[in-house]
Ligand binder design. Structure first.
Ligand code: SDX
Length: 428
C-alpha cells in the first residue's frame, strides 16, 4: 500500500501522508489539510471515521473481537492478574515488579483519607440523588482540597496525583451509596487490598462486622479488569479533551464520570437491568421486546446490545456471561432475569435485523447481573463501571499530557443564516 493518499478537488491534487499502526491499522494524516487546501475540513459527526490521537495503551479489533491492554490479551489478564496490577500496567506501560507494586499499593493507601469538609458537600445532596451525579461533583471538589494535583509539572508529581486519584475515588463512590441508603460513611481500611476495601466501604454497617466472601472479591476484581480501558470511547475522549486544556486530573476525571453516566454509554448497565426487570414483569415475552427494538417508530432500544467498534462479539461480554453463570452458581443464586437475558440474546442473534446491523451483546449486557448477585444496587452499577474505567482514564490523560498534545478544538461546517442587519423591535 502506498505511503500517501491523494485528494483531488476541482482538478487540483493534494497529497497526505499515510501512517500505519502496530497492528496494521492505516490512517490518513490530515494535520495539514486546512492549511494546504485553503480551508477544507472533513465532517464526521460522532467521529465514527476519525482518529483523535495515536495511543500505546489499548488495542481493539472490532471485527475479530480482540482487546489488549499494552499488548497483553484481556482474557489472560482477567485470568492471571488483579485489578490494581492491571491499573499499574495501563498507566505506567509495564506490569509492575514486586517492589513497584508494593510502592504503588502503599502510596495509594497513604492517600485514602478524604477531607472531612467533603462531607458538607455530600450533605447538600438530596437522599435520592443519583450516585453518578454525586461522584462527578465530589471528584471535581477534590481539586479544592488537593490543588497540587492540578499543577502537574513532573513525573513524580504525576505519580502522586495518580495514586491520590486511585485512592480517593472509590471512597467517594462508597459515600454515594451510603448517602442513598441513609447510612454513615465508611473510611478506607488500609489492612485490606484494593477490591476488599471497596466492598467493605460499600457494605460495612456499624452494627455488624462485614465478612468478605472470596467469591465476591474475585468476581468484582475480574469485572473491574474488564472495564479498565477501551481506547477512545465517549468518556475517555472527554477526559482527554478536558485534560488538553490543562485542567487538572480531578476536573478531567469528573468530566469523564459525567460522560459515562449516559444510557448510551456506561449508563447502559443500569438500563439493561431495568429493561430485563420490565420484561420479567411483562411476563418474560422476549419476542415482544425484540419487535419493539426493531420498530423505528418505537424509541425502545435493546440496551446492552450493539457497539460502535465491535461488529462481532464484545470479548468482555463473552467473559462476563461465563462468569455470571459461575458466580450465581457459587453464591447459590437463581436470578430469573439471567434466563431472560440469555433468551433475549439467543432470539436477537438469530434475527435478521440484528445480524444485518452486526448487533451483539456488549460489556453492559451481563455485567449488571453479576453486580446484582454481589449485592450492589442497580443505581450503583455505572459507579462500578467508573471505578473500573478509572485507570484507563488516568492512563489516557497521562499519555495526552506526556505527549504534549494540543488543546482539542474541532472545526464545524456552518449552515446557519448569512449576514443580516439588526432589526429594532418595532420592525420585527
Ligand atoms: C459502552 O465506545 C465504547 O467503547 C463504549 C464501551 C466502553 O467500554 O467504553 O464499550 C461501553 O458504552 C457499550 C455500549 C453501551 N450502550 C448500549 O448498550 C446502548 C444500546 N446500544 C446502542 O445505543 C448503540 O448500539 C451504541 C450507542 C452502543 C452504538 O451506536 P452507533 O455505533 O452510533 O450505532 P447506531 O446508533 O448508528 O446504530 C446503527 C443501527 C441503527 O439502525 P439503522 O438506522 O441502521 O436502521 O443499529 C441500530 C440503530 O437503530 N441499533 C440498535 C441498537 N443499537 C444500534 N437497534 C436496536 N437496539 C440497539 N441496541
Amino acid at each position: 500500500m502506498s505511503d500517501t493518499a491523494i485528494l483531488e478537488i476541482d482538478g487540483k491534487k493534494y497529497e497526505f501522508p499515510i501512517i500505519r499502526g502496530t497492528e496494521g491499522e492505516v490512517a490518513i494524516d490530515i494535520k495539514k489539510l486546512r492549511g494546504s487546501t485553503g480551508g477544507l475540513i472533513t465532517l464526521d459527526p460522532g467521529y465514527k471515521n476519525t482518529g483523535s490521537c495515536t495511543s500505546k495503551i489499548t488495542f481493539l479489533d472490532g471485527e475479530k473481537g480482540i482487546l489488549r491492554y499494552r499488548g497483553y490479551a484481556l482474557e489472560e489478564l482477567a485470568e492471571n492478574s488483579n485489578f490494581l496490577e492491571v491499573a499499574y500496567l495501563v498507566i505506567f506501560e509495564e506490569l509492575p515488579t514486586k517492589e513497584q507494586f508494593k510502592k504503588f499499593e502503599s502510596t495509594i493507601k497513604s492517600y485514602s483519607m478524604i477531607n472531612e469538609e467533603m462531607k458538607d458537600i455530600l450533605d447538600g445532596f438530596p437522599k435520592n440523588a443519583h450516585p453518578m451525579g454525586i461522584l462527578s461533583s465530589l471528584t471535581s471538589a477534590l481539586t479544592a482540597f488537593n490543588p497540587k494535583a492540578v499543577a502537574i509539572e513532573n513525573e513524580e508529581e504525576m505519580y502522586q496525583a495518580i495514586c491520590k486519584t486511585l485512592a480517593k475515588i472509590p471512597v467517594l463512590a462508597s459515600w454515594a451509596l451510603k448517602k442513598n441508603r441513609g447510612y454513615p460513611m465508611n473510611y478506607s481500611n488500609n489492612n485490606l487490598n484494593y477490591i476488599e476495601n471497596i466492598l467493605e466501604m460499600m457494605f460495612k454497617i456499624p452494627t455488624e462486622t462485614y465478612k468478605l466472601d472470596p467469591v465476591v472479591v474475585n468476581a468484582l476484581d475480574q469485572l473491574l479488569i474488564l472495564h479498565v480501558d477501551h481506547e477512545q470511547n465517549c468518556s475517555t475522549s472527554t477526559v482527554r479533551i478536558v485534560g488538553s486544556s490543562h485542567a487538572g486530573m480531578f476536573a478531567s476525571i469528573s468530566a469523564g464520570v459525567s460522560a459515562l453516566w449516559g444510557p448510551l454509554h456506561g449508563g447502559a448497565n443500569q438500563a439493561v437491568i431495568e429493561m430485563l426487570e420490565s420484561i420479567a414483569k411483562d411476563g418474560g415475552d422476549v419476542e415482544k421486546y425484540i419487535l419493539k427494538a426493531k420498530d423505528k417508530k418505537d424509541p425502545f432500544r435493546l440496551m446492552g446490545f450493539g457497539h460502535r467498534v465491535y461488529k462481532n462479539f464484545d470479548p468482555r461480554a463473552r467473559i462476563i456471561k461465563k462468569s455470571a453463570d459461575e458466580v450465581l452458581a457459587s453464591l447459590g443464586i437463581e436470578d430469573p432475569i439471567l434466563e431472560i437475558a440469555k433468551k433475549l440474546e439467543a432470539v436477537a442473534l438469530e434475527d435478521e435485523y440484528f445480524i444485518k446491523r452486526k448487533l451483539y451483546p456488549n460489556v453492559d449486557f451481563y455485567s449488571g447481573i453479576i453486580y446484582r448477585a454481589l449485592g450492589i444496587p442497580t443505581e450503583m452499577f455505572t459507579v462500578m463501571f467508573a471505578i473500573g474505567r478509572l485507570p484507563g482514564w488516568i492512563a489516557q490523560w497521562r499519555e495526552m499530557r506526556l505527549n504534549k498534545e494540543p488543546i482539542g478544538r474541532p472545526r464545524q461546517l456552518y449552515i446557519g443564516e448569512k449576514y443580516r442587519e439588526f432589526l429594532t423591535v418595532e420592525k420585527r
